[in-house]
Write a protein that binds this ligand. Structure first.
Ligand SMILES: Cc1cc2nc3c(=O)[nH]c(=O)nc-3n(C[C@H](O)[C@H](O)[C@H](O)COP(=O)(O)OP(=O)(O)OC[C@H]3O[C@@H](n4cnc5c(N)ncnc54)[C@H](O)[C@@H]3O)c2cc1C
Length: 390
């Protein structure tokens, strides 16, 4: 049997939530081990659009009440980390765009009026024109209005790679997780047969949390899955675009982000309303047709003849929504030594870590002495979908 280990915090799940938490714990002198059963970031994180929201999108339907929401502070915290002077040193992580844009293709719809009336947005949005427009919208035929939001878009694969470096020797590729109990109390986990004792255990396994909770004998907190049917387009005529395109409704009609493929071409990643209910119901062919029509309607000057298309089905894992759960904060629940949660957004990983650190602090958990870790089998970093699908 493998050697037993002990650590301060044992984390299960190496998406953005687990990796960010792990790096913050280590920076504060805690010992940690992070267990991953597939690839780092390969759940939702590397499939996300990488937008570091400041909450502006939510003001469209009035869900954002103001600066008290954690999300309003996220762009600043990420910017500082990217510059190397924040809570983590994320220098070297690729910034794809230092702004995300809000794009109203026609005349100003009602929703945009209430959007600008919102307290959360005032002072954070500037209209852009001409050469300041995103490259894909710089065309004589372009009509509509574009506003610059103070939100970032990150290259998530490089972010996951950096956080995996910051994890040092504490990453463990393993599949089977069982509870380790003493006198009925959870004191650690048995991971592929190896005992790992810890002062606290954190489940940050995305959709895997539900199954892990059941395996550990807990039935709370409940989880919900939200299916999406995303579309990817790759081709030599695509230029960078990072924007929510507004339709008539509360949600963006399409949210476009642009990602660099290894061969130098750009890949458009299309989400928003296109990828939600109706999009989920469509099969791959119909979903691609719907996306091609959206692009032809919104950006008719783009020659699509050499563009290749693919779709990706993925589910967002979140706490089951109740009146008490705010959409713009991370979620964390606690029972005994176990903490379990979902950041609910990539952007909110710092908030998720704050909540865990606050729980440790409240319980007086301090870094303890542990034997050095042996060489552990290390999980790989996930490849982005656009490298797998094209
Ligand atoms: C299409 C899409 C676009 C999105 N775009 C954005 C965006 O632009 N901005 C934003 O802020 N948010 C976005 N999100 C939300 C964001 O991606 C998620 O909230 C965030 O990535 C969740 O991170 P996580 O670490 O909790 O989960 P995950 O990234 O899913 O990571 C969980 C990890 O746990 C591992 N795991 C599961 N079970 C086990 C087990 N039993 N043992 C060990 N390991 C296990 C998995 O393999 C995985 O690596 C998007 C989500 C989707 C699906």
């Amino acid at each position: 049997m493998s050697q037993a280990l002990s650590t301060d915090v044992l984390i299960v799940g190496g998406g953005i939530a687990g990796l960010w938490l792990n790096a913050r714990l280590r920076r504060q002198g805690f010992a940690s081990v992070l267990v991953e059963n597939a690839s780092l970031g390969g759940g939702q994180s590397v499939k996300s659009q990488g937008i570091i929201h400041g909450g502006a999108k939510y003001a469209l339907h009035g869900a954002l009440s103001g600066a008290s929401e954690a999300i309003a502070d996220m762009p600043r915290r990420w910017r500082e980390a990217l510059a190397g002077n924040g809570e983590l040193d994320l220098t070297g992580v690729r910034l794809l765009s230092d702004a995300h844009y809000l794009w109203s293709p026609g005349s100003l719809a009602g929703n945009i009026t209430s959007f600008f009336a919102s307290k959360a947005v005032r002072g954070r949005v500037d209209q852009v024109k001409g050469e300041q427009l995103p490259p894909a919208l710089q065309h004589p035929q372009f009509k509509g209005k574009v506003y610059r939001l103070a939100e970032l878009v990150l290259d998530v694969p490089s972010l996951i790679a950096r956080l995996s470096e910051l994890a040092g020797d504490g990453l463990l590729a393993a599949e089977r997780i069982e509870p380790l109990r003493e006198q009925g109390e959870l004191v650690g986990l048995r991971v592929d047969g190896r005992e790992i004792r810890a002062q606290r255990i954190v489940l940050s396994a995305g959709r895997g949390n539900a199954e892990l909770l059941a395996a550990l004998g807990f039935d709370q907190p409940a989880q919900q899955l939200r299916p999406l049917h995303m579309v990817l387009a790759k081709g030599p005529t695509l230029k960078p675009l990072y924007a929510h395109c507004l339709g008539g409704g509360a949600k963006p009609r399409v949210t476009v982000t642009t990602h660099p493929a290894a061969d130098g071409e750009w890949v458009w990643y299309l989400g928003g309303d296109l990828a939600e209910a109706d999009g989920v119901a469509r099969d791959e062919t119909a979903q691609i047709k719907a996306a091609q029509k959206e692009v032809a309607d919104l950006l008719p000057w783009i020659d699509q003849s050499s563009t290749r298309w693919a779709t990706l089905r993925v589910e967002r894992a979140e706490p089951a929504q109740s009146g008490l759960v705010r959409p713009d904060n991370a979620f964390l629940a606690e029972q005994q030594r176990l903490l379990v949660g979902w950041p609910t957004k990539l952007a909110l990983a710092p908030d998720f870590a704050d909540r865990v650190l606050a729980a440790l602090d409240r319980d007086g958990i301090q870094p303890a002495a542990h034997a050095a870790l042996p060489d552990l089998p290390r999980p790989a970093v996930a490849r982005p979908a656009w490298e797998e699908l094209f």
